[in-house]
Design a protein around this ligand. Structure first.
Ligand code: PEP
Length: 252
């Protein structure tokens, strides 16, 4: 059995004060939720405060990017030891906004994923196709490339530790959700790609759906056979909506 993971991606929303307020409101609401893991991906400057506020709770605190080198001449970057020093628990990498707007490539991810994993960080690797790729029938080709490249340098016995978020780019922040059929087909395909390396590890892999997941569509998506949780953008900024999605996961 895979424990579902509901991860909120706060993106570039939240000063330290706003993040503390949001997490203070969230913690009591998720304290009794069982059979679901919960995490939030927090802006760098608020990480320390959110780690401190949530110490001893069940909330995972994740960063939104990381460099693969432990240190060096990489202006503007943050390394794995910098995150582990302040007890950050994980990191989301390869988000389509980083790929499309900031030039992150599959080659970068090939280095980031094992660097983060080997230091004990949980990793969420995002993959997903553009609208044009879907229309041209290129979804599987795109996903194959992203999953194979992103996991290439991960040792086989650690493959199942990598959470993969399938996020169709056309569904992110648009209010346009993949249909359950589209989502299940892609989630199962992602799992099959992991199974090409190891069937055993593919059974352990948590594959999330992301893209306009909201309280009113969460249960249907989370109930899909290959859906092990959600990566939530917009709705994660609203504590009541995020909590409703967390509560839908074990029901589903
Ligand atoms: C995301 O950015 O990862 C995401 C899924 O955003 P939204 O839920 O707003 O579509």
């Amino acid at each position: 059995m895979r424990t579902p993971l509901i991860a909120g991606n706060w993106k570039m929303h939240g000063t330290i004060a706003e993040s503390e307020e949001r997490v203070a409101s969230l913690l009591p609401r998720i304290s009794t939720a069982e059979h679901v893991d919960v995490a939030v991906c927090v802006p760098f400057t608020a990480l320390q405060a959110v780690v401190d506020s949530s110490r001893g709770s069940r909330l995972g605190v994740f960063a939104q990017n990381v460099h693969w080198e432990p240190q060096g001449p990489y202006t503007g970057e943050i390394s794995v030891p910098m995150l582990t020093e302040i007890e950050v628990g994980g990191v989301v990498v390869g988000h389509s906004e980083r790929r499309q707007l900031f030039g992150e490539t599959d080659k970068h991810l090939q280095l980031k994923v094992p660097a983060a994993l080997s230091a004990g960080l949980q990793v969420i690797l995002c993959v997903g196709e553009t609208e044009e790729e879907r229309e041209n029938g290129d979804t599987e080709r795109r996903l194959r490339h992203q999953v194979q490249e992103g996991l290439e340098k991960v040792e086989t016995d650690r493959l199942g530790d990598v959470v993969i978020a399938y996020e169709p780019i056309w569904a992110i922040g648009t209010g346009q959700t993949a249909t359950p059929e589209q989502a299940q087909e892609a989630l199962a395909f992602v799992r099959a790609l992991v199974a090409d390396r190891s069937k055993e590890q593919a059974e352990r892999s948590r594959i999330l759906y992301g893209g306009s997941m909201k309280p009113d569509n969460a249960e249907e998506l989370l109930a899909l056979p290959d859906c092990d949780g959600g990566l939530i953008g917009g709705a994660s900024l609203d504590v009541a909506q995020f909590t409703a999605i967390v509560e839908a996961a074990p029901r589903a």
